[in-house]
Design a protein around this ligand. Structure first.
Ligand code: SF4
Length: 472
């Protein structure tokens, strides 16, 4: 499969408690979160026993109307999956296990940095794994803690203390459902209630609530576990960190523009980023154009900040998703033209500014610049709504190798500009980004643009840490 020239997120989750069967609501909620993962989808519900269906593919491909009948029960969880490790059908979630304390189902957005150690520890203690996944490890640890504490909230708190990394988990333990968020709030998770009072929901993004006519209630706090019950939400403190570390990429690229995450509208944040970019790196040109779809908010903001009119000069073929890598350059060029094509009437004879959220490898951007020149653009200026990506993400985003970035290996902005053959290139500054997000710098994860991470990662610098010396 072709490797995308964009970072990829690792999943979306939903948990629900309703008066009626919840599977169809979870289905529609998952469809609204489809942008967070397209490799696999799954729903688990509980009615006297656990019901589950999951499989590879989009939500609409995995489920049929009859499934909504068999997935009966007024509690349930759901998941859309993107693998940042090896993509295998058995990795589809929710993952479920029958334990001595009952049926436990789990769905996860994020990644545990210490998953290997957790699995090893459990194996040494005599536990038998089917998939050796971190989700399976968490279920086993939970079952063990529930047995010894006789309290699910206490068990969740004790298990959370062992987990290092990013997680927005939804859990179904027999007929009880929980949603919990790591102490830094790395991945988003919010709560909502149905407008007719018939149920309560937790979801990765508020857009999932909008679609099923649920009202946004609040975000799950970093370091909080919430039980979703027939009467609403019960909150348990599982240990927030001193500072938050929300992944800035959620606003820049991952989340849907119509979502609101940690009180910040994704669309408005993108608009402010574009505005700030226009102030930081102005350029004389005739037209501002977004790279559809994620660059649209940034481009609109750039247009407002620069006073240069925005126009849609690139059209995207919405029906082309993944493809394989073509063996020769000509075929590869066709594959990018198949996905995106310039509108000659907008581009011809114009000095154009294209605005996008990020550059990973730079291959797609180089091809887009070429397309625009072939389409008659006299100048092509590129503006990017994130600072240069220079370091891997260990916290759940598919950017795991340092050498995959065009901005590493000592390449400066001028070198990258030459490589993509643009007339000028500018990225937003880290300070500009932070200001545009309207958040404190200390409350953001900026690991991939600063090489400083919110959690201990062997060999990497932890933020607020002065040197790497003595780091274990
Ligand atoms: S390293 Fe980058 S992509 Fe990963 S969580 Fe932090 S900000 Fe997000």
């Amino acid at each position: 499969m072709q490797q995308a020239d964009k970072p990829k997120d690792a999943c979306g989750v939903i948990a629900m408690y309703g008066e009626k069967d919840v599977s169809s609501y979870i289905y529609y909620g998952l469809r609204a979160l489809q942008h967070r993962g397209q490799e696999a989808s799954g729903i688990a519900t509980f009615k006297n026993e656990l019901n589950i269906k999951k499989g590879t593919g989009l939500v609409a491909d995995v489920f049929c109307p009859e499934d909504m009948e068999t997935l009966s029960g007024n509690v349930g969880i759901g998941h859309v999956y993107y693998s940042i490790k090896v993509s295998k059908p058995e990795n589809a979630q929710p993952q479920v296990l029958k334990t001595s304390v009952g049926d436990i189902a789990i769905a996860h957005n994020g990644i545990l940095v210490n998953s290997k150690q957790l699995v090893e520890k459990l194996k040494k203690a005599g536990m038998h794994f089917v998939h050796e996944s971190e989700e399976e490890a968490v279920i086993m640890m939970l079952a063990d803690e529930i047995r010894s504490t006789d309290s699910i909230p206490k068990a969740i708190k004790n298990v959370s203390k062992e987990l290092i990394g990013s997680y927005a988990f939804v859990l179904m333990i027999n007929d009880r459902v929980f949603a919990l968020r790591d102490p830094y709030g790395l991945r988003p998770l919010c709560l909502g209630k149905f407008n007719d009072g018939s149920g309560y929901i937790a979801a990765s993004e508020s857009v999932a609530l909008d679609v099923i006519d649920a009202e946004f209630f609040r975000d799950v706090m970093p370091g909080e576990a919430v039980e979703i019950t027939k009467d609403g939400f019960k909150s348990y403190n599982i240990g927030p960190a001193m500072n938050r570390a929300h992944c800035f990429f959620e606003w820049v690229y991952f989340a849907r523009a119509d979502s609101i995450i940690d009180k910040v509208s994704v669309y408005e944040a993108r608009k402010r980023i574009g505005w700030r970019l226009a102030k930081e790196s102005p350029v004389v040109a005739d037209v501002v154009m977004p790279i559809p779809d994620s660059g649209r908010g940034h481009a609109y903001g750039f247009s407002l900040g620069s006073g240069i009119k925005m126009n849609e000069g690139l059209m995207k073929n919405r029906y082309v998703h993944r493809t394989f890598i073509m063996p020769n350059q000509d075929a590869r060029d066709i594959s990018i033209r198949e996905k995106i094509n310039p509108v000659r009437a907008v581009v011809e004879g114009k000095r154009v500014i294209i605005v996008d959220d990020s550059i990973v490898r730079g291959t797609t951007m180089r091809r887009i610049v070429k397309l625009l020149r072939n389409g008659g653009a006299t100048e092509v200026h590129v503006r990017i709504g994130s600072p240069p990506l220079i370091a891997p993400c260990y916290l759940g985003i598919d950017m795991t190798a340092r050498n995959q970035f065009i901005a590493t290996d000592g390449r400066g902005v001028d070198d990258i500009c030459k490589e993509i053959n643009a007339d000028s290139l500018a990225y937003i500054s880290i300070d500009g980004l932070v200001e545009a997000l309207n958040m404190e710098k200390e409350d953001l994860c900026l690991g991939c643009v600063s090489s400083e991470y919110p959690v201990n990662i062997p060999g990497e610098k932890r933020r607020f840490q002065k040197t790497l010396e003595g780091f274990v």
